[in-house]
Design a protein around this ligand. Structure first.
Ligand code: GAL
Length: 622
């Protein structure tokens, strides 16, 4: 078979497709949309085959074994054409191919990827040369000699909808993000979607080979719920399982440990139609069934499980602001939707962990990932200190008071929110309390906090106050008029680099949550969107991401100081993201990757910051 090959310079992603196409070419590096100075040359069949290893002949000797649950119906969906339907209300829930097509019609036309089969990876150059004039001594001064323990968890992160692409391929059902990005005008600032994005769904063998070449020990990924259950429940899509089987197989073969997240914001669209997603307690059973299927199948190979990613964001930011008219919302909207979503998330998480520990007898560690910022007071006044405490109740206490402290929400939430905040039964409280094996914090930045203009007490008593219910003011400009740190890309306007903030924050989390329980903390995401990186027209300019280098240098050194000098039990650091990807409502033009992605050719190129990140761990003994 002749195989086309894209082989791109020393550090571009080199991969081969399994689909036949006569010519092979070598393309030089350039940024997409930039004036290109590309050259191409044709490789002979002999040259091509000599640098490839085929999927068949390289099949590992030790095939992994995956356990299946028998109480599900397994099927595959082959149709690729949306079937027009007249209204959401008529959508059938019979799990048929026609129903699947109708769901896609609700989303609208989806872009087809440039190829539709899994690539055969080509060898990755190793080692890859670092940037010119680059220092691998990330830490200087007193901290230089500190060593990290050999079991310190470090790696890079991704999430299904942001990197996979192949939106309608191999039976995947749509998620809410397919609908939002396609149908809701302006929901994604640059009008892009996750239809193709990095096409990691077909390129993962090459991506994994690259991680191996870099000796990166952990890869954090999400399984797409609506790939496994195109309707969120009902029939299981066998093609999705075959895909993730191979992802896990390849990671294990490469010696890379998977950190697997079950849900990263991509609620199956069918479940939005059926009961408005996380606002309904019906989601608990469906999410549990999905978790059971996936955890049973992969637990032997997955040392760390994450049930849900950042409920503070999908419940707190998304549900109250979801546009109406795109799916039935059954009257649960606004703040009620936010807190019902949070409640159902906590119950689903706790049930999964209970089942995992007590029925499956799982051997890994399980938690959920928090989104929260380091809150510091605007001034030294006691009013500002009180505002910080209240702000932390609303961002961290909302989920972590039930899990780490009392089995219930903080008193400040209870007294302010009234019946917007559901109640736990005694049995539910007991199950939620202690349901995290460690504290996972996605800690990117710092916010300056002050009380609401009307004061906390008046605001809390007045649900018409614009600052209700948190009753705080949040900014990133200090009282002296300076930003709390240098700014990221305008597409991530919430993000400033405050390295010392991460040290403070880790100390706060240990004091407040993990310390009393003798548990540890993992910085499960942190990263930076280099300002205007998308505007560069020359690839080498884009790859030399000095502000992201500074960000990682500062954050990693402060994490080290927190661990070694302050005694914070922090056991891991995972960088966002493995490469540029679909940055939710900012789309593809805000870049967070440690590798640059050319969205035309889909090539990936390491950025300078990737070397900073890797060299830090090398310098400290890993
Ligand atoms: C996190 C989120 C990721 C990614 C990142 C950068 O909150 O989990 O999906 O988008 O922020 O904004």
């Amino acid at each position: 078979m002749s195989v086309p090959l894209l082989l791109c310079g020393l550090v571009g992603a080199a991969y081969a497709q399994t689909t036949a196409n006569a010519t092979s070419s070598v393309t030089s590096t350039s940024v997409d949309n930039a004036p290109t100075a590309s050259t191409s040359q044709t490789l002979s069949a002999a040259e091509t085959s000599s640098i490839l290893w085929s999927l068949q002949s390289s099949a590992p000797a030790d095939n992994l074994t995956f356990s299946s649950l028998s109480n599900f119906t397994y099927t595959s969906y082959t149709s690729q054409a949306p079937t027009p339907t007249t209204s959401v209300a008529t959508l059938p829930t019979d799990y048929s191919e026609q129903a699947w097509s109708m769901l896609w019609d609700q989303v609208g036309p989806v872009a087809t990827p440039p190829f539709n089969s899994t690539v055969i990876p080509t060898p990755e150059p190793s080692p890859v040369p670092p940037p010119y004039g680059f220092s691998s001594q990330v830490t200087t001064g007193n901290l230089s000699s500190y060593q990290l323990p050999s079991d310190f968890v470090w790696g890079v992160a991704s999430a299904a909808y942001q990197v996979e692409g192949a939106a309608m391929e191999e039976g995947r059902g749509p998620s809410i993000w397919d609908l939002l990005s396609h149908r809701v005008h302006g929901y994604v600032a640059d009008g892009t979607t996750g239809d193709i994005t990095d096409l990691h769904y077909y390129l993962y063998p090459q991506d994994i080979a690259r991680l191996k070449a870099f000796n990166i020990p952990y890869f954090s990924l999400t399984i797409s719920w609506s790939r496994v259950f195109p309707f969120g429940r009902g029939y299981v899509n066998e093609q999705a399982l075959a895909h993730y089987d191979d992802v896990i197989q390849r990671l294990v073969d490469a010696g890379i440990k998977p950190i697997v997240t079950l849900f990263h914001w991509d609620t199956p669209l069918a479940l939005m139609n059926d009961y408005n997603g996380w606002t309904s307690d019906q989601i608990i059973a469906d999410f549990l069934a999905y978790a059971q299927l996936v955890m049973t199948r992969y637990d032997k190979y997955v040392p760390i499980w994450v049930t849900v990613n950042e409920p503070q964001v999908y419940c707190g930011d998304e549900y109250p602001g979801f546009p109406s008219g795109y799916w039935p919302q059954y009257g649960v909207t606004g703040l009620r939707a936010q807190f019902y979503c949070g409640h159902n998330t906590l119950l689903a998480h706790a049930q999964i962990v209970d089942w995992y520990r007590n029925t499956l007898g799982g051997t890994g560690r399980v938690t959920f990932k928090n989104s929260a910022n380091n809150f510091i007071p605007n001034t030294t006044s006691s009013a500002d200190a009180a505002a910080v405490a209240r702000g932390n109740d609303f961002q961290l206490g909302w989920f972590n008071s039930p899990v780490w402290q009392t089995g219930d929400y903080p008193a400040s939430l209870r007294s302010t929110l009234g019946d917007l905040l559901p109640n736990f039964t005694a049995a539910e409280s007991a199950m939620v309390l202690g349901s995290c094996d460690f504290f996972a914090i996605d800690g990117y930045t710092t916010d300056i906090i002050a009380p609401a203009a009307s004061g906390i007490a008046d605001c809390a008593a007045n649900s018409s106050d614009p600052a209700w219910p948190t009753c705080i003011q949040q900014s990133q400009v200090t009282a002296s008029g300076w930003d709390v740190g240098f700014a990221a890309d305008p597409g991530a306007s919430w993000l400033k680099s405050d390295p010392t903030g991460v040290r403070q924050f880790l100390n706060y989390l240990q004091k407040t949550y993990t310390g009393p329980k003798g548990k540890d903390i993992v910085l499960s995401e942190f990263g930076f969107a280099e300002p205007f990186e998308n505007n560069f027209t020359a690839l080498p300019d884009a790859r030399y991401d000095q502000l992201r280098v500074d960000y990682f240098t500062g954050y990693l050194n402060n994490l080290l100081a927190a661990k070694v000098e302050d005694g914070v039990n922090v056991t891991g650091a995972v960088a966002w993201g493995v490469f540029d990807n679909f940055e939710w409502s900012s789309g593809l033009s805000t870049r967070f990757g440690l590798q640059y992605v050319n969205y035309t050719t889909l090539e990936r190129y390491p950025k300078a910051s990737l070397f900073t990140f890797m060299d830090f761990f090398k310098q400290h003994g890993l």
